[in-house]
Design a protein around this ligand. Structure first.
Ligand SMILES: C[S@@+](CC[C@H](N)C(=O)[O-])C[C@H]1O[C@@H](n2cnc3c(N)ncnc32)[C@H](O)[C@@H]1O
Length: 208
């Protein structure tokens, strides 16, 4: 069982001013964006709650390092919050319009983050994704993003994703197969619920 669910506590605390301002501005821009040009696959998670989870991760007790990537980063808000907590943060998003918005938001707040337009599905994994079904937002159409980031999935210490219920299994499967041992997958499941899973061992290779 290479992925192990982690118990974690989020200390209730007020948001720091920089995070509160960033979220407020992001939500305003998202509202405007969604009233003008809706991208159906983009649904924002609960950013205040996400900050609490990232703050828990940022103290380093659970994580093996500070390289953070959001799979399907939308407006880049979680990436921006990770950067405010000193993660080395990047996002991968398939929709060009959203990548442009994410870059602008980060630039306006002077955040040292990187966004790549493309797919977080690693090269060669498309068949795995298709074999598992059809999905609400997950697509395999698009350039591979990892070359542009000069990274591989196994380099990432924390991956964040907001999968729909029908996509949870395949997102965990991709993480399980491609992440490095010790890396953490943080996922949002609606209604303020987050889960953390750690990859605890390498997958056994099949013989023959
Ligand atoms: C449910 S939204 C979550 C957005 C963001 N994580 C947030 O919480 O604000 C999922 C996002 O994943 C993007 N997406 C879907 N398939 C993708 C893929 N293969 N690679 C990168 N992004 C993808 C969609 O365009 C959408 O913006």
């Amino acid at each position: 069982m290479p992925l192990r669910e982690l118990a974690f506590d989020v200390t209730p605390d007020t948001l720091p001013v920089d995070a509160a301002e960033f979220i407020r501005e992001a939500e305003d821009r998202i509202d405007r964006f969604q009233s003008e040009c809706r991208v159906p696959a983009f649904v924002p998670c609960d950013y205040r709650a996400a900050f609490g989870v990232l703050r828990t991760l940022s103290d380093g007790a659970l994580t093996r390092g500070r390289r953070f990537c959001e799979w399907g980063s939308g407006f880049g808000v979680v990436v921006g919050l990770a950067a405010l907590l000193d993660f080395d943060a990047c996002g991968i998003e398939i929709e060009e319009l959203l990548v442009a918005e994410a870059r602008k938001l980060a630039e306006d707040f002077g955040l040292p983050v990187e966004f790549v337009q493309g797919s977080f599905v690693p090269p060669g994994a498309e068949d795995r994704v298709h074999a598992s079904g059809t999905y609400s937002w997950l697509t395999t159409e698009g350039d591979y993003a990892y070359d542009d980031l000069d990274l591989e999935v196994r380099d990432l210490d924390v991956v964040f994703a907001y999968p729909w219920p029908d996509e949870e299994v395949v997102v965990c499967d991709l993480f399980d197969r491609y992440a490095g041992v010790g890396a953490i997958l943080a996922t949002y499941h609606g209604s303020g619920e987050f889960r953390l899973k750690r990859k605890v061992s390498a997958r056994k290779r099949r013989r023959g």
